[in-house]
Design a protein around this ligand. Sequence first.
Ligand SMILES: *Cc1c(COP(=O)(O)O)cnc(C)c1O
Length: 321
Amino acid sequence: MTANGTKNGAVEIPYKIYLSENEIPAYWYNVRADMKNKPAPLLNPGTHQPMTAEELSGVFCDELVQQELNNTDPYIPIPQEIRDFYKMYRPAPLVRAYCLEEKLQTPAHIYYKFEGNNTSGSHKLNSAIAQAYYAKKQGLKGVTTETGAGQWGTALSMACSYFGLDCKVYMVKVSYEQKPFRREVMRTYGASVTPSPSETTQIGRKILAEHPGTTGSLGCAISEAVEVAVSNPGYRYVLGSVLNQVLLHQSVIGLETKTALEKYDVKPDIIIGCAGGGSNLGGLIAPFMGEKLRGEADYRIIAVEPASCPSFTRGVFAYDF
Ligand SMILES: *Cc1c(COP(=O)(O)O)cnc(C)c1O
């Protein structure tokens, strides 16, 4: 399919789908390299000093620790094995929302980047495959994680089965009960899925004793997953959002969007993303923010968050140990 059907005199296609194996980014873009004010570092909860690579290596894979702490390299090569995997579902389509434009009666041209076109169903796979790859490369047996609604757990299960890694998922109990299909998809990929809090960890037993009947929380599931990772040789913990490394992997979203818009000869005025833990937003805006930071271009960037759990517009910005 051509990206410029009209220019070639062909019939105008309602959805300009951008597909080209060659336009999958070969590098992730690390926006922190271009930031003058670097983000606050991760602190060791005991000493309140910045976490060292050595301290982090008990929890995370070595290569991912390097990425987590890398504030200097703007471009980090994407290993060929990961690019081969991306090739199965990337580049993700950049779609023109003609009907929405019409409904809104707006002169604006609205495009959206659709990240749902992979088996796991979300952008989470972009980072899951990278994290599973580095775990495998390090010779680990498996990884542990938490999942809420289940997108991250599903993506990670898929990535782990691809590389033959064991995957232990702690799923917030209320979601485990409400979303049986997500749970079973993870199991189909060979992951073990445990409702959290559970009796399988010390912290889980403590939480159950103190709050009998609790339906769980992400924080509780994270605690269980971290405990299992640090107490089992050959295991590390992985996380689907929030971390620097995840935003780095998700930069493929923004890089592809930028390439596609350039191909359409469109310069965006406003870039909007939804923010939960910040990974799809961070990935989408990364290369545009880079241009802004380097003074090469200006964009208005808008983060949208749920009113039910706002982390940007309300609450305090503080460390939480
Ligand atoms: C995980 C997820 C989010 C929120 O996470 P971010 O890290 O903010 O991207 C939003 N949408 C979908 C579909 C998700 O899977």
